[in-house]
Design a binder for this molecule. Structure first.
Ligand SMILES: [Zn+2]
Ligand SMILES: [Zn+2]
Length: 367
């Protein structure tokens, strides 16, 4: 069928809104009418050539929409279902077999090659392939093909246009806290960087009962929002000599959990040094290959843990509906992070996201 998509024609080029041909769903696939899609830094990294996807390409991996048709073998979804499209995994590698789907060994190929696992593209234009299937979805479009394994059914009374970001930034931040850290009430928590991922982690820390909750960033307006969403203390990194000393003063001994989302090596080091003995630092910030960090080895001898986490170690079919419930209970007000743009203003959305003016752009699709 003919659909409208935001196409990246070449590296660094602005997105252009074009008509492309979308494949029919295979037996295990859904055709999803996209209502809205969040935009993540990873989409822009894709457009800027960080990954292996050839051009032209369609990005977008935080899609939410309504099932329009299902393949012949699909049994768990029906037309009319509301769905969020989550990240893909292979299901057969050693990590998938241990239910560590977010750390699937084939994750990069499935997310970032621009094709289905068998090499076929989902979209074409004038007979030529348009590389799509980004995260097996490519949601910057009016319709997408989603494999039923990675689609998540969500309750119909929830505002669908707000749910897309749960597929990536939401479950990345909240899952790092609720799935990986699993804090107890009263545990001290610090988050370094309060963009969409950091704020999702912060809201989760509040849900878990962490106290204090310390937010560190360089933008005063983001820190003000962090405070409204549950931070008990905020620290503007700019001009403050020693952030770690400040956190130690606030907590007495350091934090039980720290969440690093900035991807800045010096800040990562602070997130480690802010830990109390037996504390855990989770790294979410994604730095370019070759980035190195240093810290003192003896610091880890007191049971401190540093670990990298992807996609919040989430089992999306279980975790995303939980996040939607938190939203409906007013405990995860993602609407405070979101600014909506029509699809044809995608370049403005990318610009506002890069310079920090918008925390989480969400593109509304024309229908
Ligand atoms: Zn796997
Ligand atoms: Zn993402």
């Amino acid at each position: 069928m003919q659909i409208t998509a935001a196409v990246a024609r070449e590296k660094f080029a602005p997105f252009s809104i074009e008509q492309v041909e979308l494949a029919d769903p295979r037996p295990d696939e859904l055709l999803v009418r996209i209502v809205a899609s969040g935009m993540c830094q990873t989409d822009q990294h894709g457009r800027d050539g960080y990954f292996d996807i050839p051009f032209p390409a369609v990005f977008g991996h935080e899609g939410a929409g309504v099932v329009a048709a299902v393949g012949s073998g699909v049994t768990k979804f029906a037309p009319g279902d509301h769905v969020v499209m989550s990240f893909p995994w292979c299901g057969t590698c050693a990590n998938c077999r241990r239910r560590m789907e977010s750390h699937c060994e084939n994750s990069r190929v499935l997310k970032m090659r621009g094709t289905r696992p068998d090499g076929s593209t989902l979209m074409r234009r004038n007979g030529a392939p348009v590389y799509s299937a980004f995260f097996q979805q490519s949601s910057f479009a009016t319709y997408a093909i989603a494999n039923e394994r990675f689609a998540v059914k969500v309750r119909k009374d929830a505002p669908l246009e707000l749910l897309g970001p749960f597929a990536c930034s939401g479950q990345t931040g909240a899952g790092a806290v609720l799935n990986t850290m699993q804090p107890r009430p009263g545990d001290a928590f610090a988050v370094f960087g309060v963009g969409a991922v950091g704020l999702s982690g912060l809201m989760a820390a509040k849900i878990a009962g962490c106290d204090p909750i310390i937010a560190v960033d360089i933008h005063d307006q983001r820190l003000a929002l962090a405070r409204e969403l549950g931070a008990t203390h905020t620290v503007n990194h700019t001009g403050r000599g020693d952030v770690v000393a400040h956190i130690r003063k606030l907590t007495g001994i350091g934090v039980r959990y720290s969440l690093e989302t900035s991807a800045v090596p010096a800040v990562f080091r602070e997130a480690i040094e802010a830990l109390m003995p037996a504390g855990t630092c989770v790294l979410l910030g994604s730095a370019p290959r070759g980035t190195e960090v240093s810290f003192e080895m003896p610091f880890l001898q007191f049971g401190r843990v540093v670990r990298g986490v992807s996609q919040g170690e989430s089992h999306p079919q279980e975790f995303i509906p939980k996040l939607v419930d938190f939203l409906m209970q007013g405990r995860m007000p993602v609407d405070r992070l979101v600014k909506f743009y029509p699809l044809d203003e995608i370049n403005q959305a990318a610009h506002d996201s890069s310079n920090g003016a918008t925390i989480k752009p969400v593109l509304r699709m024309p229908h």
